[in-house]
Design a protein around this ligand. Structure first.
Ligand SMILES: Nc1nc2c(ncn2[C@@H]2O[C@H](COP(=O)(O)OP(=O)(O)O)[C@@H](O)[C@H]2O)c(=O)[nH]1
Ligand SMILES: [Mg+2]
Length: 342
């Protein structure tokens, strides 16, 4: 080899060194970048953010129509916008009727007044703050979480657990009664681990009522404050599912006669009116006492809360705003409507 010439090995080493330096710089830069989505800690802001899609559809439409003034034809055209947000035919017609009356009486003259009217009307329909979770006079409080497959039950159990254990004083036990799918038990067990709570689980295919039985016994003996029961959303037939849910509730009653204290039905907001139809089937067999409306963050159909209220007469107690345990909050009509229309 000639003096002064660089050997291939030296080139190779130099290349590797440059490569390592570039990779290290890239890792350093990437790790210092802000996460794409900052967690919003203020609950009102979190709800407002989750309602973005619904609010966008409503507000864009309202501004477009009301920008040039107000008359009865324009008020009629608002109907389509309200229906698209899944506010429902009954409520929409009543709101449109009220708007026309107000317009004729000379009380509604511009966009701001129309918005105020809609807000007040919706808040009245939805009531104020949702009733709190029902508590047993003597612990454990038994909560059954039901709903169709994929509606968000297991995630909602995790979110509820997070809310219940937040103060650090309450002991929560989970029961994995969706024994129909192995993955369902694992999913709940993973959440239990992450949230630091205990879980009662059976083998895949075990009788869910037997798991409920064991869980009730443990909850009573070991002084848990809450027993939260996750259930299956699909069996071979809907009849089987409903029978199984009844059986779980019945087994609970044997141990804790005034249970279940709360039966929460999880509805997937993205399915709009379908969710309401499903709910009616559950209501036939289960004493549903509250609704968890999940996935509000993924839909432009947030108005479905109005239909739920009008057609089911059961309070929406919680709203789900994402996939993390922190992404659920008690429903408050005032905050909800303000997040929808401003
Ligand atoms: N964006 C969003 N996704 C959710 C929400 N709740 C549940 N999910 C997702 O929906 C899917 C089904 O949820 P899961 O709890 O397993 O439903 P289950 O079959 O009823 O138990 C999962 O991918 C969840 O992460 C929510 O409020 N927002
Ligand atoms: Mg599940």
């Amino acid at each position: 080899m000639q003096d002064g010439a660089v050997s291939p090995q030296t080139w190779l080493i130099a290349l590797v060194v440059v490569g390592v330096v570039v990779a290290a710089l890239a890792i350093l830069l990437l790790s210092r970048r802000k996460p794409a989505r900052q967690r919003i800690t203020d609950p009102h802001e979190a709800l407002r953010a989750a309602l973005g899609k619904t609010r966008g559809g409503l507000m864009d439409g309202l501004r477009r129509l009301l920008g040039g003034g107000l008359d009865e034809d324009i008020i009629d055209s608002l109907e389509e916008i309200l229906l698209r947000a899944d506010i429902g035919v009954t409520a929409t017609q009543r709101l449109i009727g009220g708007l026309k009356e107000g317009y004729r009486a000379g009380n509604l003259k511009d966009q701001a007044q129309v918005l105020e009217f809609l807000k007040t009307g919706l808040k009245e329909k939805l009531g104020g703050e949702a009733p709190k979770l029902r508590e047993a006079p003597k612990p454990p409080t038994v909560v059954i979480v039901a709903g169709v497959n994929g509606s968000g039950k297991t995630t909602s159990v995790a979110k509820l657990t997070h809310l219940l254990t937040r103060g650090g004083e309450k002991k929560v036990l989970l029961a994995a009664c969706d024994t129909f799918r192995a993955a369902a038990v694992e999913q709940l067990a993973t959440w239990a681990g992450r949230l630091g709570v205990d879980i009662v689980r059976g083998q895949t295919g075990a009788d869910p009522a037997a798991v409920a039985h064991d869980a009730c016994e443990k909850a009573l003996k070991q002084g848990y404050d809450y027993l939260v029961i996750d259930t299956a959303g699909r069996l071979h037939t809907d009849k089987n599912l409903m029978r199984e849910l009844e059986k779980i509730a019945r087994v609970g009653k044997k141990h804790i006669p005034d249970s279940p204290h709360e039966v929460l039905l999880v509805l997937d907001a993205t399915t709009g009116q379908n969710a309401v139809r499903q709910a009616k089937e559950f209501l036939e067999v289960l004493p549903v006492s509250g609704i968890i409306l999940a996935k509000l963050d993924g839909t432009a159909k947030g108005g479905i809360v109005v239909v739920i209220r009008e057609e089911l007469g059961i309070p929406v107690k919680f709203v789900g705003l994402g996939e993390q345990p922190t992404d659920m909050q008690p429903f408050d009509a005032g905050v909800f409507v303000d997040g929808l229309l401003s």
